[in-house]
Unconditional design. Structure first.
Length: 122
């Protein structure tokens, strides 16, 4: 379950998801008021992180939908996620990191970057 507003970040919501056996989707997106913070919680056997990009300028104000996801993460931004991903993989059977910053192949570039950073940090 991927929530889009910070009001869903409550322990009773996480417990409800656990009871249902539904996974909570951890997200990375711009740090704007009301949006989801980078919370990492495991509520099911599969962990899931969705990287939307941090294009704050175009998040709410854009002409085309793709503009919101036109973002290339830096190594430092992805490095922030390494401890969170390790936490999630320790609490789940499988863990997926999906990049939604797909404009012009940026998601594929960032997926390869995260894979390399993850391997280098072991």
């Amino acid at each position: 379950m991927e929530f889009r507003h910070i009001s869903w970040v409550r322990e009773e919501v996480f417990e409800w998801l656990r009871r249902l056996g539904v996974g909570f989707v951890c997200v990375d997106e711009p740090r704007l008021p009301g949006l989801m913070p980078p919370v990492v919680v495991a509520t099911a056997p599969i962990g899931y992180v969705r990287f939307h990009g941090r294009n704050a300028e175009k998040w709410h104000h854009h002409e085309q939908a793709w503009e919101r996801y036109d973002y290339l993460y830096s190594e430092d931004e992805l490095r922030e996620w390494l401890p969170r991903l390790r936490q999630l993989t320790a609490q789940t059977e499988k863990c997926y990191a999906i990049f939604n910053n797909h404009w012009q192949g940026k998601g594929a570039i960032n997926a390869q970057m995260l894979k390399r950073l993850f391997a280098e940090s072991e």
